[in-house]
Design a protein around this ligand. Structure first.
Ligand code: NAP
Length: 552
């Protein structure tokens, strides 16, 4: 029995007033974060379980099965860093792993460590109530069960609640229709079908070229143009994988040092100190290189300075013009209302060339907005289009949506949904005042980074906090109101220098399909200081004895 298990018992003995809870820790969600969290807890011998709403593990990679789904992180920067055997054994087959391969990877990791036995599937948590007397959470499941736990850790994703468009008649449609997040598990045959895709975000931009290859005809409904740049994916040979394995220490060290948690390091030479010709040479190289280089290896001024951003956006516009045959259509695909990189940049493979195909049509929502969905298709202000399949690539109730789906009641019955009605407020993105013994993995207001890099950081920090609590014979943690306010003020301040503060995007809480998410009502969803500063802040908090957290 290890030390923390002993301390867990003493914590329990000293603070438990009522009956022993079913678990010391319940983790909600068996995705990238939840898998690692249960690994850490079971290694410590803690009585813990994962409750997962889906029928199997994988989270995002279990759900997003649409054709073309893959991540935009170099695969070897996306995998877990914490086990040498996993690093030695797993062969990433592509630079940017497609969904089936990533799901296989998560299963490989879970099975290797026997984690599945600590997971319960098809468990939808509908309600959670904190009981101050017992200092425990009661979790109420859709299947009628009630489970009690001293601590709850959420790993419920930031893009896990899809939103359908608020368009009249959506239920009238008689053909096949689904949100990309709910793409059927059994592949659907699009051959010979007339397909509509609504939306041109990162999801649609991956999906559209794949659907166009298969469908008889594809019609894309764009409301606002979105910037995108090439992914430049490639296969990873055995030899290349061996080289990557030799570099893993260096790779993860670089990810820990860069703001975005990638190998891409920002160019800090100064936009205006580099002659225009050299700037363009850099951009040529980045545009033709893999992944987020074009975004994250760029001059830092791109993100803050309107003029620098405008010059770079015009460069990207020229590249788009060079890829779309019809110049009038090319202009419609080039955003005029925001600069490149202000919203999350989608990466694409032949997205712009897809518009050159004979079986692809484009409907510009600024000229003919969608008015209703009918029994047989989509009606705009100008036309009626008939379809066999309608795909909604219309985004998510980001960051807080998954929390809002659970009725979470903290001290004195306070509702988290109500507390966050105008946007999330947290302490370090990990705790919330008024909601004791609740820890969030990759919750709102954490650094926006390559997802697993941030999730590992959060899991490690949260686990160490729990070890500290257990070893000091305590059983209750709660962020202080003052700590929460100071973190929120800092998060808000970190939006100021960045042009993204103006973005009409889920990062700032915009979603036209949700009340209270109108453009201009900024929700401070992310910490903009970057991974290293965020990691330093977490480390400081632990070193200072968790000053912003009441431990009792
Ligand atoms: P999104 O970026 O929010 O895009 C939603 C799209 O749907 C937008 O084009 C939006 O138009 C359109 N839309 C929404 N409601 C509409 C309506 N009522 N009528 C017409 N159009 C409507 O969502 P997403 O593409 O699913 O991407 C979300 C995030 O998921 C990404 O930014 C990314 O972080 C993540 N993601 C990652 C990957 C990856 O790692 N490779 C892949 C896919 C997604 P407007 O622009 O006008 O609002």
């Amino acid at each position: 029995m290890n030390g923390s298990m002993v301390s867990q018992k003493s914590a329990t003995e000293s603070s438990l007033k009522d009956a022993e809870p079913d678990y010391e820790v319940v983790v909600i969600g068996a995705g990238v974060g939840g898998i690692y969290q249960i690994k850490r807890l079971t290694d410590l011998g803690v009585n813990a379980t994962v409750l997962e709403g889906d029928a199997d593990l994988g989270g995002t990679w279990y759900r997003n099965r649409y054709p073309g789904a893959r991540f935009d992180s170099e695969s070897f920067t996306y995998g877990y860093s914490w086990d040498q055997e996993v690093l030695d054994e797993w062969h990433w087959k592509e630079m940017f792993s497609p969904q089936p391969e990533t799901l296989k990877y998560l299963n490989f990791v879970a099975d290797k460590f026997g984690l599945r036995e600590h997971m319960q599937f098809n468990c939808h948590v509908e309600k959670m109530i904190f009981d101050e007397n017992g200092c425990t959470w009661s979790l109420y499941l859709k299947d009628g069960r009630e489970i009690t736990s001293r601590f709850v850790m959420t790993a419920i994703g930031l893009l896990s609640v899809p939103t359908l468009p608020r368009i009249d008649g959506i239920d009238d449609y008689a053909g096949e229709a689904f949100h990309t997040f709910n793409w059927p598990k059994d592949p659907i045959d699009l051959k010979g079908k007339r397909v509509a895709v609504i939306g041109t975000g990162a999801t649609a931009i991956q999906l559209i070229p794949e659907v166009a290859k298969e469908a008889e005809h594809l019609t894309i409904f764009q409301r606002r143009a979105n910037w995108a740049a090439p992914l430049n994916n490639s296969e990873i040979s055995e030899k290349e994988m061996a080289e990557i394995r030799d570099r893993y220490d260096e790779i993860f060290a670089t990810c820990a040092r860069t703001p975005g948690g990638f190998e891409h390091e920002p160019d800090r030479r100064g936009f205006y100190s580099v002659p225009e010709e050299e700037r363009r040479e850099l951009w040529d190289r980045l545009y033709d290189g893999p992944g987020f280089g074009i975004w994250l290896q760029n001059f830092v001024e791109i993100f803050m300075d309107e003029d620098a951003n405008a010059e770079f956006s015009e460069y990207i516009a020229e590249r788009i013009r060079g890829r779309v045959d019809d110049p009038v259509l090319a202009e419609k695909l080039i955003p005029k209302d925001h600069g490149f990189g202000i919203q999350r940049v989608p990466l694409e493979t032949n997205y712009f060339e897809t518009y050159n195909r004979d079986n692809v049509s484009f409907v510009d929502g600024s000229e003919q907005p969608i008015q209703r969905i009918t029994e047989s298709g989509i009606e705009t202000s100008e036309n009626h289009y008939e379809f066999d399949v309608i795909v909604y690539a219309t985004g998510f109730d980001a960051f807080t949506g998954a929390f809002d789906k659970i009725d979470i009641r903290g001290v004195d019955g306070q509702s988290l949904r109500e507390k966050w009605a105008e946007g999330p407020v947290t302490y370090l993105g990990l705790l919330v005042n008024g909601f004791p013994n609740l820890l969030m993995i990759s919750g709102p207001q954490t650094a926006a980074t390559n997802f697993p890099r941030g999730a590992e950081l959060a899991v490690n920090w949260a686990t160490e906090l729990l070890e500290h609590v257990w070893s000091s014979g305590n059983g209750r943690i709660e962020a202080t109101a003052a700590g929460e306010q100071s973190w929120f003020d800092h998060v808000m301040k970190m939006y100021e220098p960045f042009l993204l503060r103006k973005a009409q995007s889920w990062i700032t809480g915009y979603n036209s399909n949700l009340d209270g998410h109108e453009y201009g009502k900024t929700r401070y969803n992310i910490y903009n200081g970057g991974g290293p500063k965020y990691a330093d802040r977490l480390q400081q908090e632990a070193q200072d004895g968790y000053e912003g957290i009441d431990i009792g």
